[in-house]
Design a protein around this ligand. Sequence first.
Ligand code: NAD
Length: 362
Amino acid sequence: MEKQRRIFIQKVGLIAAASAFTPQILMSSTGAQKKKLGVALVGLGYYSTDLLAPALQLTNNCELRGIVTGSPEKIPVWQEKYGIKDQSIYNYKNFDTIANNPDIDVVYVVLPPSMHAEYTIRAAKAGKHVWCEKPMAPSVADCEAMIKACKDNKVKLAIGYRCQHDPNIQAYMKVGKERPFGKVRMVTSAAGYFDGRTNHWKQNKKLGGGAMGDMGVYALQGARLATGEEPISVLAQASTTRPEIYHEVEETMMFHLEFPSGARASCQTSFGINMNHLQVNYEKGWLKMEPHSSYNGNNGSMSDGTIIKFSIPSQQAKQMDEDAMAIMDKTDLIVPGEEGLRDIRVVEAIYKSAAQNCVVKL
Ligand code: NAD
């Protein structure tokens, strides 16, 4: 039984890894050749520059064909590096004219969270599929408006939860669903890092900053994905050790979640503490992951001796290839807008609980 389970988890990983790196030319179910999807990145900050643009070079189903930026000095650098055509370069004012650009199929919104709703809705109205970074938006109302705009304009909306494309994370999600160790009793989940910046959007409330929306969604996802359930109540406490920097938003958020099955989770997130671990205690065993939401190297073990350790060349490349495939094949996305919304419902409740110092029911 133990051996079977180990083999089974390995297979999950192999299938996932194989599907990420399919042959260059995709075939539709009718046998017709499909083109790669053209992607335009909106916002050329850290994540676009260091992770997404390089990962796009590793994809089979996508091509970096456009940029949207408010920083003209970045344009020649990006054109030189990625061969982007003049007609596929936009600023925040003329962005809507992307509607007339047949080279662009997908707009990937990589801006501060307060700008996600506006650019998702504008992209949808331009008839482009949208990939939007996490956290989906600062409010449930924004998330609902984004989902509606994409539905109304018949385009797909994916949230950039790269971890849900990672076979290591998929392995612990499967354990939660198939319950080889019985029900989940307790989850402990933490995601944080030390951010030394003093004047970034992550420290600005209006722009959607705060540890909870940033690293906190990974701690929250750890609990939601490990249980496969949605929380029914939250109790949260915000704190800071650097009030001179974190006076608008929290540096650290600790939150407890209660799930319908009776499972509980204790979660922490911070811009002041390096941490990234997940522990799940089931009725008859346990699972540990450390790290559980990194770009690479996520790995763990279980009480029956099973090791979870799959390596993939690039989480982001796999995410974008799978999202592109879902668009081309008209199949379900792994992380649709509705999944981003589920998190933001809980995040709103966490902020309410921290502000009012009470349990908030969901
Ligand atoms: P960043 O600050 O490095 O880049 C933000 C970009 O937005 C910059 O190019 C900036 O010029 C532009 N921008 C436009 N208007 C702005 C304004 N009013 N204020 C500030 N910047 C403005 O941020 P980042 O780390 O690249 O994060 C961007 C998004 O990507 C966020 O939603 C973040 O949560 C997400 N992200 C996701 C991951 C992941 O692992 N999925 C990792 C990092 C960041």
